[in-house]
Design a protein around this ligand. Structure first.
Ligand code: AOF
Ligand code: ZN
Length: 364
């Protein structure tokens, strides 16, 4: 199963909205075939493992299949893996966990058992779920998993009072950040960041196998349609823009430029009309987005947290003191400490000279 999960991790970036799955076929203590999920519309892990065994001239009858997800039972973009496993003559299937897709949801296990195949599930379930957090959340709630990244000094500042912020974290932390961008389906930011930094927000990784063959789509929250056509973020990948006010001419320009526009206003009495953030997530979920990576300023980041839209914080804290500056999140002032937003530390790791903290707003 560990090997199946390793194989699944090599499928990162290409399979979405389909989960990343690995499969290893073992017969008489020997690995006779292995494989992982291919880009969406192509073969699933089980089929790849069977093809691998066939191409190596191995006999799979009586083998055990270790799979990091329940084998599918439905005709989706591809035929059911359950049928392929039955035809291959596999005797036993050990799965990490049940598929949350309502089209499968236990039916895969039931069909295998009906065919006389022994089924076990739950082996390394936590690891398997972590690998496809976004897929599971979307299947269970209709919403994508939202990870919000922020880099700051050890005293919690993201920039100096004069705005200077390059670089608070070292190259190792920044490269690690690109790896998280790469595993996401979209990178979300706000108009404040677009106008202040003109960022590219694409994935830039030093050569090798981790170089993604495509760039995640960009999502811009821009209530008043202020994104300039020449902005870097509109280059080299598709962009979706959520706005709250209408301007036919500006909208036409952006559409002509290939930007996908959605108007999702949330009327407020005291402030200007803003984009309705929970509806942004709902729209992204409907577009089959599993994982959202947020890199935005304190205002949008704070608003997303305040609206309950964030699942996880990815914080890089550099061993520097800036003394004064911009804080990570613009959140309302509290009167009592027990009103604080509580998080659960999921993981702490040193990356380069920084510490990387993954903190969650809820238990997964
Ligand atoms: C598996 N093995 O490797 C993966 C599975 O449209 P399709 O045919 O590609 O099916 C997509 C669904 O299949 C997806 O929503 C999930 O339930 C399951 N993914 N199943 O047996 C795999 N990736
Ligand atoms: Zn399948």
């Amino acid at each position: 199963m560990r090997l199946a999960l390793e194989l699944a991790s090599t499928a990162t970036m290409a399979t979405s909205p389909n989960p990343k799955v690995g499969c290893v076929l073992v017969k008489d203590g020997e690995i006779v075939g292995s494989g992982c999920t291919q880009p969406v519309g192509q073969a699933h892990a089980e089929v790849m493992a069977i093809r691998d065994a066939v191409s190596r001239g191995k006999d799979m009858r009586g083998a055990t299949a270790y799979v990091s997800l329940e084998p599918c039972s439905h005709f989706g973009r591809t035929p059911p893996c359950v049928n392929a496993l039955i035809e291959a003559g596999v005797a036993r299937v050990v799965a990490a966990l049940k598929d949350a897709n309502p089209q499968v949801a236990g039916r895969g296990f039931a069909m295998l058992r009906e065919a006389g195949i022994e089924v076990e599930d739950g082996l390394m379930a936590t690891e398997a779920r972590e690998m496809n957090l976004g897929f599971f959340k979307r299947m269970e709630t209709g919403l994508p998993w939202v990870r919000l990244k922020m880099a700051a000094s050890l005293d919690g500042f993201t920039a100096l009072p004069n705005g200077s912020s390059q670089w608070i974290t070292d190259a190792a932390a920044r490269e690690d950040g690109h790896r998280w961008r790469a595993r996401a389906d979209v990178i979300l930011t706000g108009i404040g960041t677009v106008l202040a930094d003109d960022p590219r927000l694409n994935v830039r990784l030093p050569g090798g196998s981790e170089q993604p063959s495509f760039q995640p789509r960009k999502v811009i929250v821009d209530s008043q349609l202020r994104t300039p056509i020449g902005a870097q973020i509109l280059k080299n990948s598709k962009a979706t823009l959520f706005h709250a006010t209408r301007d036919v001419e500006v909208e036409r320009h952006l559409i002509d430029f290939g930007v996908d526009l959605h108007c999702l206003p949330e009327r407020q009495q005291d402030a200007r009309t803003q984009v309705n953030l929970p509806e942004v997530l709902l729209a992204l979920g409907q577009q089959q987005i599993n994982e959202v990576h947020v890199e935005a300023g304190a205002k949008l980041s704070g608003a997303l947290i305040e609206a309950g839209c964030v699942d996880e914080l990815l914080l890089y804290l550099a061993p520097k003191l800036l003394g004064q500056g911009a804080s990570m999140f613009a959140l309302p002032e509290l009167q009592k400490v027990d009103q604080a937003k509580n998080l659960i530390i999921h993981e702490v790791k040193q990356v380069g000279e920084a510490i990387r903290v993954l903190a969650r707003f809820h238990v997964v």
